[in-house]
Design a protein around this ligand. Sequence first.
Ligand SMILES: Nc1ncnc2c1ncn2[C@@H]1O[C@H](COP(=O)(O)OP(=O)(O)OP(=O)(O)O)[C@@H](O)[C@H]1O
Length: 746
Amino acid sequence: MSIHRSSIAAPPDGPAAHVDLIKESHERCTALGLTRIERPDYEPLMRSDLNDARERNRKLHTHAAPVMELLLEQIAGTQSMIVLTDAHGTILHSVGDEEFVTRAGKVALSPGVNWAEHSKGTNAIGTALFAERPTLVHAEEHFMHANQFLTCSAAPIFDPRGNMLGVLDVSGDHRAYHQHTMGLVRMSARMIENHWLNDHCANRLRLHFHSRPEFIGTLLEGIVVVGADGKLQGANRSALDQLGLSGVALRNQTLTSLFGTTVAALVDHFRSPLALPMKLMLADGRQFLANARMDWATLAFMPPGPQSAESAPLVLTPQPPQAQPQPPGATQVFAQPGVAAPPQAPSGPLPTGLAYLQTGDVQIEAVVQKARRIINRDIPLLILGETGTGKELLAHAVHQESNRSKQPFVAVNCASIPESLIEAELFGYEEGAFTGARRKGATGRIVQANGGTLFLDEIGDMPLPLQARLLRVLQERCVTPLGSGKSIAVDIAVIGATHRNLREMIQRGEFREDLYYRLNGLVLRLPPLRERSDLSLVAQRILANECPQGAPRISAEVMALFQRCDWPGNIRQLANVLRTAAVMAAGEPQITQAHLSDDFLEDVRRLAQQQQAAALAAAAQAQAQPAMAQPVAVAMPAGPAAAPFAAPGGAVPPVAAYAGAGYPGGYPAGTVLGGQPATPMAGTPAAALPGQPPSARTLHEQEITMIQAALDAAGGNISEASKRLGISRNTIYRKLRWNRPESDVS
Ligand SMILES: Nc1ncnc2c1ncn2[C@@H]1O[C@H](COP(=O)(O)OP(=O)(O)OP(=O)(O)O)[C@@H](O)[C@H]1O
């Protein structure tokens, strides 16, 4: 049974446009010298060339494969097949009804064969490629007689900049034509485009919008990609449709020119995890609601929002190309508007990659030299170090300097993902793989990293059963998503990182020895900030990065304070402190104590008290020891102005006397912190348990106490507490979750 052309349902552009499209295609074929009875060119690509083409289009297939599987379910039993081609019309992959696939093979509708118009005449794939729009070619609409048993629906797949990536097509027996097929193919192509966009622009700010909020998060949502300078860099098809713009017209717009807002306003609005969608309005009055998405790593580089409602909104400072290269992983830099350039401009462009990390410390220098030697050598790297020491930055720098730099760098924090979800996150899953799984399934992070680098942060927190699966992936270089029988080949460089002592974990049976040896081709240990000799240069580099138009100096008093701090949050904490200070000091030539946040000064004060208390207790214990009489208990006074320490059995000299004497690890004589003399406080970690010298308290216990105190001060708000402590929210969760002594990194 053949279907009359005019009865073909739902051609993408209406019946008249469809007739014209086919007519023009036939004319092109005639002009190309093709004839209708011509024996089609059946010559497929050689196997090796097909493999090359598949390799070149691996990412397209990665994003298309789950969508094709889903589509296959919808068309099962309809005598049809699904075809994915590259941007030239060469078939890369096909799946479908076995019987029909064999029939289609007779007209060379199979991998390795090119279906561009010039080789196969009018057909949905070739004509969609030419017309750059979804195309239906039914039965005798095919130019060549041999293909007229087919009905084919094809949709081109574009990247966010409008570049053609390939074509998705469903071809079937023309007698089994179904009017919904074209719609399914168009939807599937959009899904692939959205996957591609979200993956490739993961590090960039994306706005997901629609005029109806319930459509945000669906296939109908518009997505625009926003650059650090506020320029719109790309969009999905639904965005262009909703905005009524072409891709080129969209890329000539900025957030301000199109929606009347700024990146800073967006960042500020969405900083709260509970933020509602933001209202955006076009110049013609049309309104949309938008959610913003971006990688957490990107957000980590953004400064806190405006300090108060009255303060001027933060604006993005455009960076001159090449003038201020970003450190590895950094994306955006903010400054206050209207601020005169501070007198101390950075002397030159900041180095990038591993060179960014070289600030003169000998331990770091050794780390960088060793890291350089293994670049492109297929040697797995394991980075050890406390939280915030720059493990991810180092991993990113290694990736940047490798020949994988153009491919994705995918970071997974094994400690921040609930144990039950790590497997799905890493390996991906098929539709219906487990209760609560997204209907369409998901690509795992390992597959997303294909061709690039997978950074497994906090690898020591990976549950044992998953360690076995990860080991298999590393050995066999292929991944099998949950609920799938098929494995996907992957080519990844793996960098692991942890703050834990993996050797001890192996001994306790908590970490697989075989995985450990797979991961530790080279082990690099990043020293904590308190052990580094380059604090001053690191601080200046962070400031230069924060204030591209000229960084303020750090006053000697502040630097002296920094030098004495023990930085439990390491460089992350330092960066947070400097970021706030730079905003407070805007327009002034140097950062003084007055620009430091009270939280930080409070922490420094508390630390000084702990150190003094520890020293006092040690001294008291030393005094008590000859008599072997009583255990030492140090009672802390109730507040800063309270009486000096008292130890059982006798008066202990006032703190001031000790401070004045200049205690080892404490403050030198006469040091004044935050305008007040350093004095002890009740409830500090150094308030030792009776019968136990403070030094016997583990670092972990002290950390827990500090975290608890910060949480109390922040009213239980973990984000706020993490800001105050300068450690990540994950670290807080982790430390509270494992509220037991942790082993230090060896
Ligand atoms: N050498 C450096 N110079 C400037 N900034 C740095 C340096 N090292 C780290 N940082 C900054 O410190 C912060 C923490 O770094 P990073 O996330 O790499 O640490 P991490 O060790 O991976 O932390 P965690 O263990 O908590 O995941 C980031 O903002 C990073 O940019």
